[in-house]
Design a protein around this ligand. Structure first.
Ligand SMILES: *Cc1c(COP(=O)(O)O)cnc(C)c1O
Length: 421
């Protein structure tokens, strides 16, 4: 359940009418619901409550500092994949001991930043990274806590661009090689082995691939302990999928996911870490846009919006579906019309939906893309010199702009013409 509902014929975010935000902020804009973010975070903490655990929000799905502050104040940890994300988590007041650093290509500068600022653990993805991290830690006179990201070679059965747990993917160390790499880790002066990490992909809609991976992690935990390693934390990654349509999809619930974790790993005495992104942020956000024109083409009608692929790239990048709903509630009897929903960018790929059945819509009407909180604003760009889309946070009857739309002066002032030109 989220908190974007019609009330008195108008779409609301919690107690705020979307039309009121649009009148103040202009369109397009992202709008997030604090109550929905809070609820989703608690679904995970409740699901894992019987085990020692830390829910680390995957910042890459939605990285606005205000959102991070909201989740961090609830006790959430953060999963970061860059120095920039690390600084966002710290700017939101999250202490280093609740920040996990993931990613295949951490630079020495990023390692130094996290080691000096404070870090819970690095999820290390390769032997060269392990050696570099040890060197950096030794140069700072500390030891870096690590989990090795193992690649369990399971098929996550998700979109190929977001599957990460097959041996052909660039992520992690093959699980068959893990004992060897842990042995090297234990011998390095700057490394402190604390656990095992696994993340097999995103938008998973079945529990079976998770269970297959976690069972392999269970076996590895026992093998590594027999080898003398003190494995005390298991980081199980993120990836639980969300329903993008209201009708047919029913991905597993966090309670079912938590129960499975308990069943497979509960007796190992390890602290469980998870890194959900999409499930916390996805359905906690919408993208609001205005119809610029309705264009009647040959055999099809186009709804031309003021939002485009630069604001929400998921449809053109992953072929993703987003429900699109009018901000003014349509009359129950309103007949549906098929529209190709497109943005103004000069690319055919700038298409949000084809032949989408929508109620009658006209120039100036507002629409909302549902399930746009995750991998929405964070992937936005200024392609076509369209100002970076602003973000708004709603809590109860409050709303605030948490990232302002840049002015054209600001955009142009970032470019410099060299003196010699
Ligand atoms: C992307 C990612 C996540 C979050 O995935 P979701 O599908 O958004 O839950 C977690 N951990 C790692 C290492 C990731 O790369």
């Amino acid at each position: 359940m989220d908190h974007f509902l019609y009330r008195d014929g108008l779409l609301h975010a919690e107690d705020v009418a979307i039309t009121d935000i649009a009148a103040t902020v202009g369109t397009p804009f992202y709008c997030y619901s604090a109550a929905t973010l809070t609820r989703h975070y608690h679904l995970f903490t409740e699901a894992l409550a019987p085990l020692p655990h830390l829910v680390c929000f995957a910042i890459k799905s939605l990285s606005n500092v205000a959102v991070l502050k909201l989740l961090g104040d609830l006790g959430a940890g953060m999963d970061v994949v860059s120095g920039g994300e690390y600084l966002r988590a710290r700017a939101a007041g999250v202490p280093g001991e609740r920040i996990v650093f993931s990613g295949v290509g951490k630079t020495r500068d990023e390692m130094r930043l996290a080691l000096t600022g404070g870090i819970r653990q690095f999820n290390v993805e390769s032997e060269p990274e392990l050696r570099a991290l040890s060197e950096v830690a030794v140069s700072l006179g500390v030891r870096a806590p690590i989990a090795l990201r193992v690649n369990p070679d399971v098929d996550a059965k998700t979109h190929e661009k977001i599957a990460t747990g097959k041996s052909e993917n660039k992520f992690g160390v093959p699980i068959a090689k893990a004992r060897e790499v842990y042995a090297e880790a234990a011998s390095l002066p700057g490394i402190d082995v604390v656990g095992i990490d696994v993340h097999i992909g995103s938008q998973l809609t079945e529990l079976a691939p998770f269970e297959a991976a976690f069972t392999k992690v269970r076996d590895l935990t026992q093998a590594l302990r027999a080898d003398g390693h003190n494995i005390r934390r298991l980081d199980l990654g993120g990836g639980l999928g969300i329903p993008y349509t209201r009708s047919n999809e029913a991905p597993p619930l966090p309670t079912e996911y938590g129960a499975m974790i308990h069943r497979v790993l509960g007796d190992l005495g390890c602290e469980i870490e998870i890194e959900p992104g999409r499930l916390i942020s996805g359905n906690a956000g919408i993208l609001v846009s205005q119809v610029i024109y309705v264009k009647n083409g040959e055999g099809r009608d186009f709804l031309i919006l003021d939002a485009a692929m630069n604001d929400l790239v998921r449809p053109s990048m992953y072929g993703a579906h987003h429900d699109i709903i009018p901000v003014v509630e349509p009359a129950a009897a309103s007949p549906a019309q098929a529209f190709d929903v497109v943005g103004p960018v000069c690319e055919t790929g700038d298409t949000f939906a084809k032949a989408r059945a929508l109620p009658h819509l006209a120039e100036g009407d507002l629409v909302a893309f549902r399930s746009a909180g995750a991998y929405g604003a964070v992937m936005a760009s200024e392609y076509n010199t369209r100002p970076l889309v602003p973000e708004v946070l709603v809590k109860g009857d409050h709303f605030a702009v948490i990232r302002a739309r840049p002015t054209f002066d600001e955009i142009l002032s970032r470019d410099t013409i060299p003196e010699w030109l």
